[in-house]
Write a protein that binds this ligand. Structure first.
Ligand code: HEM
Ligand SMILES: CC(C)=CCC/C(C)=C/CC/C(C)=C/COP(=O)(O)OP(=O)(O)O
Length: 304
């Protein structure tokens, strides 16, 4: 695999839109949302200014980690259709600016979280930044098709961080929320990987469909979707939520499973296959997580 040499090109004036693009704002909107829901669903309330600061820190930390990911993978991104238009492969931003911007965001997020909110959420935030930017990006992604299963842990931390920011300690509920995102990540990503497989093959990244083939990937998507259904209902079973969340989780996860069954049992009809079921599963996976975490908060504030 080709990795980015961290040398800098001539310094370019940074456009704020390119800096924003480095933080992967669309992906991170859901990361931040799950962090916010973790904070709001927690049984204790904190001052709104502290709560806002905690979410700001999650946003800066996630954005900084995403920027580090793009700094490291600039050469790789240049080789894939989906990522070739990013600011670094396009040369709209120089690498030193990107690295410094990422470093400042990460450092400020952790220290601000530590001083303003608490050192336990700050430590978990620091772990998730290192997990995504180093363990997933540098170590796992170029080495193993299990990269996103193990690496998925990084994206599962935000609700735990939000919860711990509000309560000061880790309990079973935020660990269950972590597990839900952990088991959601493989179907979320592999549905996409099935229809951008050629991109990953071209740059030599061993994503599951490239290494184990489409059939095995489809089976694994199905396995994780089956496990996700009971897991998503677990917050209700353990008494952490009421029926509003529980029933919503059953409905949302059953639809997730139905779309996964369709993808899991399907074979590509040929090179012209539009991969509509895979694209629908990927699109729904995003909607699913937004809705599931939203219902956690709705349930917390509406008691039947
Ligand atoms: C290792 C774990 C994950 C991997 C490898 C992964 C991978 C991806 C990729 C490659 C895309 C396409 C984005 C693009 O083309 O820019 C995507 C989209 C997306 N991901 Fe993930 N993802 C992971 C975890 C997560 C997590 C934890 C969240 C949020 C909690 C998330 C939220 C999203 C959202 C909202 C989109 C849609 C963005 C859009 O509409 O452009 N992902 N993901
Ligand atoms: C608080 C904190 C640090 C949260 C991190 C959240 C996190 C790990 C999100 C992962 C989501 C993501 C952008 C994966 C993209 O995979 P990729 O980087 O392989 O995708 P690419 O090919 O689009 O670059």
């Amino acid at each position: 695999m080709t990795t980015t040499s961290p040398s800098s090109a001539a310094s370019l004036p940074a456009d704020w839109r390119d800096l924003l693009a480095l933080t992967k704002p669309r992906v991170m909107s859901l990361v931040i949302f799950t962090g916010l829901c973790g904070l709001l669903a927690a049984p204790e309330r904190i001052h709104p200014v502290i709560a806002f600061t905690a979410i700001l820190c999650i946003a800066m930390g996630a954005g900084g980690a995403a920027a580090l990911n793009q700094w490291w993978e600039a050469d790789l991104d240049a080789g894939m259709k989906r990522t070739a238009n990013r600011p670094l492969p396009q040369g709209r931003l120089d690498r030193t600016t990107a690295r410094d911007f990422a470093g400042v965001l990460c450092a400020v997020s952790v220290f601000l979280m530590g001083f303003a909110v608490g050192w336990l959420p700050a430590a978990i935030l620091a772990i998730s930044i290192i997990y995504y930017a180093v363990i997933y990006t540098i170590w796992l992604k170029p080495r193993t098709p299990q990269n996103i299963v193990i690496g998925g842990g990084a994206g599962a931390f935000p609700p735990l961080i939000g919860w711990v920011a509000a309560t000061g300690h880790v309990t079973l509920m935020p660990v269950v929320l972590f597990a839900i995102i952990f088991f959601w990540t493989p179907p979320h990503f592999w549905a996409l990987a099935l229809f951008v497989k050629s991109d990953y093959a071209k740059v030599g990244i061993p994503m599951m469909p490239v290494v184990a083939g489409e059939k095995a990937t489809r089976q694994q998507i199905l396995t994780y979707a089956v496990l996700l259904l009971p897991l998503s209902v677990l917050p209700w079973w353990i008494g952490g939520t009421g029926a509003i969340y529980g029933i919503s989780a059953i409905v949302l996860s059953t639809l997730f499973l139905a779309l996964s069954v369709r993808v899991g049992l399907r074979e590509r009809s040929g090179p012209d296959d539009t991969m509509k079921p895979e694209k629908q599963l990927f699109g729904y996976s995003v909607l699913y997580l937004f809705a599931l975490f939203a219902m956690l908060v709705v349930d917390r504030f509406i008691v039947l």
